[in-house]
Write a protein that binds this ligand. Structure first.
Ligand code: FDA
Length: 302
């Protein structure tokens, strides 16, 4: 009870937290500000047996020139990944690549990025942002699929629409998606609010993907969902090349990552980097206010 009051207090105060404190949180969840820092971490994760998806932090680019510069940075990243022979693909946010300037801007950038992905034998994941851009994101994904196969997107278990989206998208047997709960604050008329019901929908979508032989990236740290995924994999006899587990860099998983690897399951770590670490760290803090306690404890110990 006291713990939940403290957590509520931390969430409501996040914007007032000192920069140095947020920077300490970023130290745990963000792989540095510069590309070489991030690639170093990718290499270390690869050496431990994990695949990676890398993301340059940022969203809602305000001009076409900014969105194009971000695209160039990503294209460059694909080249480095190839040269360094890393097991690492890329995740992008459509608004970072220009969606706020219109579909054409985002589409041009994403298609040139996909071209670079194809040339370097790599893959692009289009992250899902808030519900204002769900339709556009799915439309962008469809556009990409007209000419490319090395692309996938994300569905969020908290949206009522996701089951129908999955049914439509699964008509393409090459559909490849990441399933997550969803991070944005959405209205009750479009999004499930109850945590147990979000979990129930996550399992419905997971089962649907498994039963339709659709490749799924199971992106959760929720141990109940992981247990359930293991049960479904066993009862439905799902081959290990039909799914992977995904986690965010820095989130403690109490032995589950090793367990996945021992079972021969692929684990991909989502590694964000870049200057825009402040908002990302606050999002992580809101997800788990206990982080504030860990950081404080470490500060006191020092
Ligand atoms: P939940 O939030 O219930 O967390 C389960 C447990 O995990 C918690 O009790 C806590 O112990 C631990 N935990 C969770 N977050 C933690 C943290 N930050 N630090 C420490 N412990 C933590 N969302 C979206 O809308 N669009 C997207 O494209 C993506 N992409 C994406 C990729 C990947 C690889 C992951 C793992 C997640 C996303 N998400 C996302 C975020 C996702 O929607 C969701 O908000 C978070 O993963 C948290 O949900 P969980 O399923 O982990 O459950």
């Amino acid at each position: 009870m006291i713990q939940s009051i403290i957590n509520h207090f931390i969430i409501s105060l996040t914007k007032l937290l000192p920069l140095s404190f947020v920077r300490m949180i970023a130290g745990r969840y963000v792989a540095g500000e510069k590309q070489p820092d991030a690639l170093q971490i990718v290499e270390e994760l690869n050496n431990k047996g994990y695949s990676v998806t890398i993301d340059i932090l940022g969203e809602h680019s305000k001009t076409s020139a900014t969105a194009q510069a971000v695209t160039e940075q990503y294209i460059n990243l694909y080249k480095f990944i190839q040269v360094k022979n890393l097991d690492c693909n890329i995740s992008i946010k459509p608004t970072h690549l220009g969606l706020d300037m219109g579909m054409k801007c985002a589409q041009d950038n994403i298609l040139s990025l996909l071209n670079a992905a194809e040339e370097t034998n790599n893959f692009l994941r289009i992250d899902m942002e808030n519900s204002a851009v769900t339709d556009d994101t799915i439309a962008l994904y469809h556009k990409c699929r007209e000419n490319y196969s090395n692309v996938g997107t994300v569905l969020q278990a908290y949206l009522y629409r996701s089951e129908n989206d999955l049914k439509i998208l699964s008509q393409d047997s090459n559909f490849n998606f990441r399933l997550c709960k969803g991070i944005y604050r959405e209205n009750a008329d479009i999004a499930i609010q109850d945590r147990h019901k979000i979990n129930a929908n996550f399992i419905t979508l997971l089962r649907l993907a498994f039963e339709n032989n659709i490749y799924i990236a199971i992106a959760t740290h929720d141990l109940y969902l992981l247990e359930t995924a293991y049960e479904l994999i066993a009862t439905l006899n799902i081959p290990s090349d039909q799914f992977e587990f995904q986690v965010l860099y820095g989130v403690p998983m109490s032995g589950w990552l090793q367990k996945h690897l021992q079972n021969g399951y692929k684990v991909r770590v989502y590694v964000p980097f870049g200057n825009d670490w402040y908002d990302y760290s606050l999002r992580r803090l809101k997800e788990n206010p206990n982080i504030a306690r860990y950081v404080l404890k470490n500060m006191i110990r020092r």
